[in-house]
Design a protein around this ligand. Structure first.
Ligand code: NAP
Length: 242
C-alpha cells in the first residue's frame, strides 16, 4: 500500500483529500495541529469506508517538530516511504498592511510557506531514491491574483506556486511530479464569516465550491492518469478569475 501524507488532513479540504486518497487505496497519514477530535473523526470515516491510515500530529510551522515526526514515522515503518505529499495545512490572518502586526505576517508565512520547505525537504530524498513521488501544494486564488487584506496570505500562496514550478524542474528526472491546486472560495471553517451572497455574484458558476471538488483534482494529480503533468497550477474556483 502506498503512503500519502496530507498536512492539515483532519478538517476541511484536507479531510476531503484524506478520505479521497484512502478510497483511492493509499495508506493516509493525517497530519493536524491541535484538534484531535476532528482528526480522529477523519480516521474513523476512513476506516468505516474500508480504508487505512493513522494520525501524525505535528506543527508544520515548526521545522524541528516536522523533522522529528517524519523521522519517527520512518523509524517505525522500515521499508516504507511517503510517496505522495499534499501540502495543505494553512491559515489566514487577514489585515490591511497598515494594521498588520509582525505575528500576523510571521505565522501566515511560517504555516503556509515555510512549512512547504520543511515538510517537502523531509520527504524528498526518499522519493528521489525510490524514483517515485507526487507532491501537490494547495495554494489559493489569492496567490495568483492577490486580495486586499491578504498581503501575508497572498505572498505565502504565491511563494508556493514559485516553489512548485522550481521543484518540478529539479526532480522531474526522478519521476516525481510537483503541482499546485488553487482553490477559490470553498466551504470550510476557514472562510466562515465571509459574505457568501456578495462574493458569489462574482463567480461564473454562481456558488462557492465544496472540499470534495478540490479533493477530486488532488486525487487526479497523484494518479497514474496525471503522470505527464508537472509544474502546473490548476484552479478550482468556479471560473472566478480577477
Ligand atoms: P481549515 O478548514 O481551516 O483546516 C485547516 C487544517 O490545517 C486543519 O486540519 C488544521 O488542523 C490544519 N493546520 C492549521 N495549522 C496547522 C499547523 N501549524 N500544523 C499542522 N496543521 C495545521 O482550512 P481549509 O479551508 O480546509 O484550507 C486548507 C488549505 O486550502 C489551506 O492551505 C488554505 O489556505 C487553502 N485554501 C482554502 C480555501 C477555502 O476557501 N477554504 C481557498 C483557497 C485555499 P487543526 O484542526 O488541528 O488546527
Amino acid at each position: 500500500m502506498k503512503t500519502a501524507l496530507v498536512t492539515g488532513g483532519s478538517r476541511g479540504i484536507g479531510r476531503a483529500v484524506s478520505l479521497k486518497l484512502a478510497k483511492d487505496g493509499f495508506f493516509v497519514l493525517i497530519n493536524y495541529l491541535s484538534n484531535e477530535t476532528q482528526a480522529q473523526k477523519t480516521l474513523e470515516i476512513i476506516k468505516e469506508q474500508g480504508g487505512q491510515g493513522e494520525l501524525l500530529k505535528f506543527n508544520v510551522a515548526d521545522r524541528t517538530e516536522v523533522r522529528k515526526a517524519i523521522e519517527s514515522w520512518k523509524t517505525a515503518n522500515p521499508g516504507k516511504f511517503i510517496e505522495v505529499l499534499v501540502n495543505n495545512a494553512g491559515i489566514r490572518k487577514d489585515n490591511l498592511l497598515m494594521s498588520m502586526d509582525d505575528s500576523e505576517w510571521d505565522c501566515v508565512i511560517d504555516t503556509n510557506l515555510n512549512s512547504l520547505y520543511s515538510v517537502t525537504s523531509a520527504v524528498i530524498r526518499d522519493m528521489m531514491y525510490n524514483k517515485s513521488g507526487r507532491i501537490v501544494n494547495i495554494t489559493s486564488l489569492s496567490g495568483i491574483s492577490g486580495l486586499p487584506g491578504q498581503m501575508n496570505y497572498s505572498a505565502a500562496k504565491a511563494g508556493m506556486i514559485g516553489a512548485t514550478k522550481s521543484l518540478a524542474q529539479e526532480v522531474g528526472r526522478r519521476n516525481i511530479t510537483v503541482n499546485a491546486v488553487a482553490p477559490g472560495f470553498i466551504h470550510t471553517e476557514m472562510i466562515e464569516g465571509i459574505d457568501e451572497k456578495e462574493f458569489r455574484k462574482l463567480i461564473p458558476l454562481g456558488r462557492f465550491g465544496n472540499a470534495d471538488e478540490v479533493a477530486g483534482v488532488v486525487s487526479f494529480l497523484v494518479s497514474d492518469a496525471a503522470s505527464y503533468i508537472t509544474g502546473e497550477v490548476i484552479s478550482v474556483n468556479g471560473g472566478l478569475h480577477t
